[in-house]
Design a protein around this ligand. Structure first.
Ligand SMILES: Cc1cc2nc3c(=O)[nH]c(=O)nc-3n(C[C@H](O)[C@H](O)[C@H](O)COP(=O)(O)OP(=O)(O)OC[C@H]3O[C@@H](n4cnc5c(N)ncnc54)[C@H](O)[C@@H]3O)c2cc1C
Length: 339
């Protein structure tokens, strides 16, 4: 039986640990329940929010609608050939459980995305990425329910319009679909991606000379655990802002004043800059305003030092944005969904 609760605190359901209330709250623990509820009843509510692990959301006020928490679980191999295996995972699965499942079977493709918090269903929404790999690289298709019509639809890779930390579900179709499952294509003969970040250094620290994907997973876990604050200890949502993409000529003019500015080629005309570096140059690392702060080691991560409200976090983010704009004439955009 579907149990719709009222006036529920969302503090335990978002990794910032923001204490706001949802007018209505419901948990969906099977795909059948999601289809039944989201295709027939969800459109009757004036406002809805589909929630996974709440690790990419900043609540700035009480939510005056229904929060639908997706918890359907299953991982199955639906097809395989000599080279590849096609894995279907339910949206409510924990992303890292899927990463672990694949690595344990030596199915390569998502090991660099190990240890990213959140659910499988949210992974396509912002096309999660880390250490040179993006969700879209292994993606085949997903199933989603269109809330307004109640119809189930399949989206191919092209139809998802993936980009850097974006997809059609974070953009044009935001809030209009409930993703119920995804299908990924993994390889039985993994090609390792070790160029990005400090994976190579970590492998050598681990004394690994001939790594497999389980070593990559362990290296990524080690690096991430050392570098990123654990939301169970200090509230945060990972990188608060996206890394800005600017034209080559903008980089050239910045280099005259800041010769050490880090940049990563995006395409022929554009480069990606490190938002964390820009924020650090503005002196924000380790600074706090009230209960909201910038992490002492990661300038891109905004943290909740205690009982910060979402508005306090947002106000700090706005201050950071303003100072980066003033110094560099670069507009930062949030990666986190602000609700
Ligand atoms: C410590 C830390 C480190 C992180 N590192 C990374 C990283 O390296 N790379 C990276 O890309 N991200 C990273 N993130 C951000 C976050 O983990 C990802 O964005 C993740 O995919 C969010 O999953 P979630 O289930 O928590 O989504 P939520 O925060 O619950 O939701 C995010 C968005 O997706 C929508 N959504 C969720 N589920 C569904 C669904 N089933 N159907 C339709 N819409 C849905 C929500 O409405 C919301 O708009 C990090 C976060 C933290 C806290």
């Amino acid at each position: 039986m579907i149990n719709i609760q009222e006036k529920i605190s969302l503090k335990a359901y978002n990794t910032f640990g923001i204490d706001v209330k949802a007018k209505h709250f419901v948990t969906m623990s099977s795909t059948a329940e999601i289809i039944e509820f989201c295709s027939k009843h969800l459109k009757d509510y004036q406002k809805h929010l589909i929630l996974g692990g709440g690790s990419n959301i900043l609540f700035t006020k009480d939510f005056d609608g229904i929060v639908v928490k997706i918890e359907n679980k299953s991982i199955e191999i639906i097809e395989e050939d000599e080279k590849h295996v096609f894995v279907k995972a339910a949206a409510g699965e924990i992303w890292d459980e899927l990463a672990k499942y694949c690595v344990m079977r030596n199915y390569g493709g998502i090991e660099n995305l190990s240890n990213i918090p959140g659910t499988v269903g949210a992974a396509p929404v912002q096309n999660i990425g880390a250490y040179g790999v993006e969700f879209k690289d292994a993606f085949v298709q997903l199933e989603a329910i269109e809330i307004i019509t109640g119809k189930t639809q399949t989206f191919s890779k092209n139809e998802c319009e993936f980009g850097y930390r974006k997809s059609i579900f974070k953009d044009r179709l935001k809030g209009r679909y409930v993703i119920t499952s995804v299908v990924l294509r993994l390889t039985k003969h993994p090609v390792l991606s070790t160029e990005y970040g400090s994976i190579k250094e970590e492998l050598s620290k681990m004394n690994i000379t001939d790594p497999g994907i389980h070593d990559i997973r362990q290296a990524v876990i080690n690096i991430r655990s050392a570098k990123l604050p654990d939301p169970d200890i200090i509230g945060n949502a990972g990188s608060f802002f996206k890394n800005p993409v600017v034209e080559n000529k903008k980089l050239e003019s910045l280099k005259q004043r800041y010769p050490g500015i880090p940049s990563y080629k995006q395409d022929e005309n554009n480069v990606k800059l490190a938002a964390g570096w820009l924020i650090d140059q503005c002196g924000w690392k380790g600074k706090s305003i009230g209960n909201a702060g910038v992490h002492k080691d990661q300038a891109l991560v905004i943290v909740n030092h205690g009982d910060a409200s979402g508005k306090e976090i947002l106000s700090l983010a706005d201050n950071i944005r303003d100072s980066v704009f003033e110094k560099f004439r670069i507009q930062l955009t949030p990666e986190v969904n602000i609700v």
